[in-house]
Design a protein around this ligand. Structure first.
Ligand code: ADP
Length: 217
């Protein structure tokens, strides 16, 4: 089954975690614009320099930069067995531009899944989030039993710069102002599926699969 999904949700809603599970389940390509920007920063490329100040402070990267990147990715993405966009689109212009680019490639979205999580849980998840600099796996400090090292490759885990308190506040505000209106946009297009994003990754994943079932039949 080919699946073409957008994972939607506030910072800390669990988009990246669910995307990894969906990728394994459906064999679809996972594209996280945040990960692509973080990689560009690490490689110190021109793109990395362009996005660093926005990202570190918790602001959105300008639409034009995002769309240049996504349009490049899409060329390869549509050749694959479906895709999962995580963290994109984040503004109405990005969504309109995305739709246009997909239709030029004779593709359309299967669904947009919104992971619904309350604000205080979002903050708890983000402040405990750690990432492996080597394999990009995500963890929460509460579920690490052997200290802050990656259980897969033993690398010392890191905290994202934009997971610091001030940047988190900005990201949550930015989400409410610029990204939340997309829910109405996709609801009108009859693409929106909403699920409760609280609980364990496995519990959320089970909800995700069951809500997707009807659109996959
Ligand atoms: P989260 O969803 O937890 O905020 P992401 O990795 O998706 O994490 O995004 C981190 C940052 O990357 C955002 O705060 C923003 O600066 C930038 N970013 C990622 N995707 C986009 C996008 N589609 N549009 C604008 N900025 C983006």
């Amino acid at each position: 089954m080919v699946i073409r999904l957008v994972l939607f949700g506030a910072p800390g809603a669990g988009k990246g975690t669910q995307a990894a599970l969906l990728k394994e389940h459906f064999g679809a390509l996972h594209i996280s614009t945040g990960d692509l920007f973080r990689r560009a920063m690490k490689e110190k490329s021109t793109l990395g320099d362009q996005v660093r100040s926005y990202m570190d402070l918790g602001f959105l990267v300008p639409d034009e930069i995002v769309m240049n990147l996504v349009r490049k990715e899409l060329v390869d993405v549509v050749k694959e067995n479906g895709f999962l966009f995580d963290g994109f689109p984040r503004t109405i212009p990005q969504a309109e531009n995305f739709e246009q680019a997909l239709s030029e490639m004779h593709h359309s979205l299967t669904a947009v899944v919104s992971l619904e999580v309350e604000q205080d849980l979002l903050v708890r998840r983000i402040s405990g989030r750690r990432v492996c600099p080597k394999c990009s796996a995500l963890y929460h400090v509460d579920s690490l039993s052997h200290g802050e090292v990656c259980p897969t490759d033993q690398s010392p885990l890191e905290q994202r710069k934009d997971d610091a308190e001030e940047a988190v506040k900005t990201r949550l505000k930015t989400f409410a102002l610029q990204t939340l209106p997309l829910k109405e946009y996709y609801r009108e297009k009859k693409l929106l599926l909403q699920i409760d994003g609280s609980g364990t990754p496995a519990a959320v994943f089970a909800r995700l699969l069951s809500v997707l079932q009807p659109v996959l039949d």
